[in-house]
Design a protein around this ligand. Structure first.
Ligand code: HEC
Length: 162
């Protein structure tokens, strides 16, 4: 009985050590709860935050400047996300705004690509601010990449002819 126990204990120990290190590698520090949550690790980000970068670059950068930094025409969105919070951030994108005459923030209510990505835009801005993410195109954390491909596939299926 004792002999049997000793023999099986070694592979069991190795197995549990292997599982423990795999679990550690897969555990990413998510910052913030719910909307606007993000992961920044060694300058890399989770897939949603990366998507936020892409949407920002396509739809917002022309006015708000590269990497959320603002321009002479439109304000810095990293600070806006920090100070004004989710509701104001999302509300402004949906409704548009013109506080200073001639400096128009357009409404994106009719743009499903932007409207569907507001949480990702918010995550990207928060990653740039409190997450300390640097400028430029971030890379995706490798171990989170595969999951994203699956998500994208299911989104494409769901959206049909779009
Ligand atoms: C045509 C130029 C233009 C584009 C494109 C644009 N914005 Fe703006 N945005 C502005 C201007 C100008 C303001 C300032 C409006 C004001 O307060 O009078 C603004 C304000 C904002 C604010 C409020 C900032 C604050 O300090 O409260 C948010 C949030 C915002 N924009 C997000 C976005 C996002 C996200 C996108 C891309 C999906 C985007 N904008 C695209 C011009 C633009």
């Amino acid at each position: 009985m004792m002999v049997f126990a000793r023999c099986s204990a070694v592979p069991l120990l190795l197995l549990s050590l292997g599982l423990a290190s795999a679990a550690l590698a897969d555990e990413h520090r998510v910052t913030g709860d719910g909307i606007g949550a993000f992961v920044v690790e060694d300058g890399k980000v989770d897939p949603d935050t990366y998507e936020g970068y892409l949407v920002y670059t396509r739809a917002c950068m022309a006015c708000h400047g590269p990497d959320g930094m603002g321009s002479s025409f439109a304000p810095n969105l990293i600070r806006a996300a920090e100070r004004r919070g989710w509701e104001s951030f999302a509300g402004t994108i949906a409704s548009g705004r013109e506080v200073q005459p001639g400096q128009v923030m357009p409404s994106f209510a009719d743009d499903p690509y932007v409207m569907g990505n507001i949480p990702n835009l918010f995550s990207y801005m928060r990653a740039r601010g409190e997450g300390g993410l640097g400028r430029g195109r971030p890379r995706i954390i490798e171990s989170m990449q595969e999951q994203d491909d699956e998500d994208d596939a299911s989104v494409e299926e769901a959206s049909g002819e779009d």
